[in-house]
Write a protein that binds this ligand. Sequence first.
Ligand SMILES: [Zn+2]
Length: 93
Amino acid sequence: MPGRALPARSAESGPNAAAGGGYDRPGTPGFCIAIHAEVNALLNAPRDTTGATVYITDPPCAGCRKAMAAAGIVRVVWPDGEFDRVRMTDWSA
Ligand SMILES: [Zn+2]
C-alpha cells in the first residue's frame, strides 16, 4: 500500500528486507556478539593509529578489515599473510 510504513522489524528482517538490513541485529544469522581482538586493540590504542601496522594471529574478518582501514591502519600482518591498505578493503580478495 503506497505511503504505508512497514513495522521496523518487518522492514529490517522480514522476507522483503532491504539489502544490508537486519544482519547486525542480535538473533539474526551472521550476527556476532563478540568484539574481535582487532577492534578491541583499536579501541584501546594509546595513540593515534593512523599509519600503523597491526600484527595478528589469523587473517582478519571483513568487519575488522573495515574497522582497521577506517582507523588509518596501513598494513595488517599475520603468520601466513598480510594486507596492505588497498587489500584491506579489496573485497575480491
Ligand atoms: Zn574480526
